[in-house]
Design a protein around this ligand. Structure first.
Ligand code: ADP
Ligand code: TZD
Ligand code: MG
Length: 589
């Protein structure tokens, strides 16, 4: 064990032939271990004790993207993990930097995204005796309950093992967030370079295939085959799995209508004739057998029961029989009975299911698909009417009609989306055409992912990014507009500016001079934030101007912020989830 750097021994008079031993150190071994495992990008924020680490990472060819706040770097790392299946790396300083990154690490775990938060930490001996070190905090203990696994490395020769374990924990099985604690003292520890190199581990088969049991596959196929009104629900686990062709084949060969969850949109194009998105409130209560692929029956699916599913009361079972394809063996039965769990990785599971679907597969009855089509056509026609309107000020719909066209013309662009109404309207109006193009607030419905996601999406895909942001949502990470300009990323931010949270027209009920807690400065000129850092700012009040501004942003690939002025009374409280608001729930009860 080497606690202090050891200088190569050079004794006067020693035989000249003995070459000085070559040394490496903790800094270098962390970099070498990450590179050996194919990590090429680091999202972080420098400071004691990782300042030199960020410099040396850059010198050694890693792309280091330096943020203005660790939470945004963390969100960037989490979504990089989702997009690439490699753990996204977030690097922070100790205590406050660590805590700022921790929200994102927890978010990664909750969303099943592979991510590693690497934080420098203070001196163990002082932290454990609570003697008041610089940025003292027992980070490992705090991280543990919030992530999938947490490790600390104390000796340079263990860095290889520490990084390997972190990678395996992040990407194997159900992906998630991992914390890696690297105390300040580790970095300068020296060791023999050859021994250091030999201590590193290139992880073999980090996310091993998990083949489903044949009997589980048969059970699922039998249930599905007997269905009169089958439905497939695709979740973001299906998008993560990158089994796009097989998933599409399974849907098309069975002929079963499907619903994509938000981040699974585009796995099949939203314009696909089997998509039941526009008839969601019809198919959920009507379906008799539902196959979930990489989607949990959490709040986003009303826990699989209640009125959404046709149940008599808000808690009762609607009668659907469920198949659940998931890598986690403990997910099934978490809310309602799962009659046919298929446990394995989605690639292997879908392949196995597909093998059981031949030409004799009974396509769903025209009664079912026809009824869905009828609802769909009606809702699409109703939507088209709304979209065609051109009110002044702009409505969410008239603005998003433009975004819808722009995304259609640029199907490879990445779409980032957060807000309440800004989220819900975008999700339902803007069609996606390719897998893993839509990234949004996820399982927690979290505000603040916007700029971190936009930066990571641009950095890891190289594609144009379009970020549709509520004005409140944008505020959580708005300072990263500087980061976008600094790295000159092709990010076009569109702020749906309705002057507040949900709406901008709330008043202080006392008549006092403080504004309502839900509203912001009227007519805030967010576009000037982008101009402040050398990017392009636009202030638009009509769909035509919004269109021109977005087209220019995409043509030039310049960092752009478009402040789109929306009717401040056009939104609804909590967007589509008003029912989760305790006041609304009380009224209902
Ligand atoms: P959504 O929010 O889109 O409904 P969820 O995040 O609730 O999706 O569900 C994703 C599910 O996908 C999780 O239960 C997770 O275990 C599962 N999952 C993630 N990756 C894989 C994979 N490669 N193979 C199988 N299941 C996966
Ligand atoms: N804080 C965090 C981290 N996440 C949250 N989801 C919230 C607070 C609560 N919240 C929502 O759920 S949506 C929202 C908040 C503050 C903002 C809605 O306003 P917006 O969107 O301007 O972003 P619209 O278009 O005005 O509805
Ligand atoms: Mg708003």
């Amino acid at each position: 064990m080497l606690d202090t750097p050891v200088k190569p021994a050079t004794e006067a008079g020693a035989p000249a032939a003995a070459p000085a031993p070559v040394e490496t150190d903790g800094f270098q071994l962390v970099i070498d271990a990450l590179k050996l495992n194919g990590i090429d990008t680091i999202f972080g924020l420098p400071g004691i004790p990782v300042t030199d680490l960020t410099r040396r990472m850059q010198k050694d060819g890693l792309r280091v993207i330096s943020f203005r706040h660790e939470q945004n770097a963390g969100y960037a790392a989490s979504i990089a993990g989702f997009l690439t299946q490699k753990p996204g790396i977030c690097l922070t300083v100790s205590a406050p930097g660590f805590l700022n990154g921790l929200t994102a690490l927890t978010h990664a775990t909750v969303n099943c995204f592979p991510m590693i938060l690497i934080s420098g930490s203070s001196e163990r001996e002082i932290v454990d005796l609570q003697q008041g070190d610089y940025e003292e905090l027992d980070q490992l203990a705090i991280a543990k309950p919030l992530c999938k696994a947490a490790f600390r490395v104390l000796h340079a020769e263990d860095i290889g093992v520490g990084v390997a374990r972190a990678i395996r924990a992040a990407v194997s099985g159900r992906p998630g967030g991992v914390y890696l604690d690297l105390p300040a003292k580790l970095f300068p520890q020296a060791m023999d370079a050859a021994a250091g190199k030999a201590s590193l581990i290139k992880v073999v088969d980090a996310a091993p295939k998990q083949i489903p049991a044949p009997e589980a596959v048969k059970r699922a196929l039998d249930l599905l085959k007997g269905a009169k009104k089958p439905l497939i629900i695709l979740g973001k686990g299906a998008a993560y799995a990158q089994a796009d062709a097989d998933i599409r084949a399974l849907v098309e060969k069975t002929g079963i209508p499907y619903l994509p969850m938000s981040m699974a949109k585009g796995l099949l194009p939203d314009t696909h004739e089997q998509s039941a998105s526009a008839a969601r409130s019809y198919v959920l209560p009507e379906a008799d057998v539902v196959m979930l692929i990489g989607a949990r029956l959490n709040w986003l699916l009303s826990q699989g029961k209640g009125k959404t599913w046709g149940g008599a009361t808000s808690k009762s079972w609607g009668g659907q029989r469920f198949i659940q394809v998931d890598i986690s063996p403990t997910e099934a039965d978490s809310n309602v009975r799962i009659e046919a769990p298929v446990v394995g990785d989605i690639g292997s599971c879908v392949k196995a299911l597909l093998a059981g679907v031949d030409a004799s597969w009974p396509k769903p009855a025209a009664e079912w698909t026809g009824a869905i089509k009828e609802r769909k056509d009606k809702n699409v026609a109703k939507m088209a009417e709304t979209l065609a309107k051109n009110p002044s000020p702009m409505s969410f719909q008239s603005a998003l009609n433009v975004v819808r066209d722009i995304v259609k013309a640029n199907p490879d662009a990445m779409l980032v989306n957060e807000g309440a109404n800004a989220l819900d309207f975008t999700r339902s109006i803007v069609d996606m055409y390719k897998p893993r193009k839509r990234i949004d607030v996820g399982t927690w419905g979290i505000m603040g992912i916007g700029m971190g996601y936009a930066i990571a999406a641009a950095a890891v895909t190289g594609q144009q990014v379009i970020a549709i942001e509520g004005d409140s949502a944008f505020g959580f990470s708005g300072m990263e507009t500087e980061t976008i300009c600094r790295y000159d990323l092709p990010v076009c931010i569109v702020i749906m500016n309705n002057n507040g949270v949900y709406r901008g027209d709330e008043k202080n009920p006392t008549g006092g001079s403080d504004p309502s807690p839900l509203v912001f400065v009227k007519d805030a000129r967010y576009e000037k934030m982008m101009e402040a850092f050398g990017g392009v700012g636009k202030h638009v009040t009509t769909p035509a101007d919004l269109r021109a501004a977005m087209e220019e942003a995409i043509r030039t690939r310049r960092p752009t912020l478009i402040n789109a002025v929306i009717d401040e009374g056009g939104g609804t409280e909590s967007g589509r989830i008003t029912s989760l608001n305790p006041t609304a729930a009380k009224k209902k009860a």
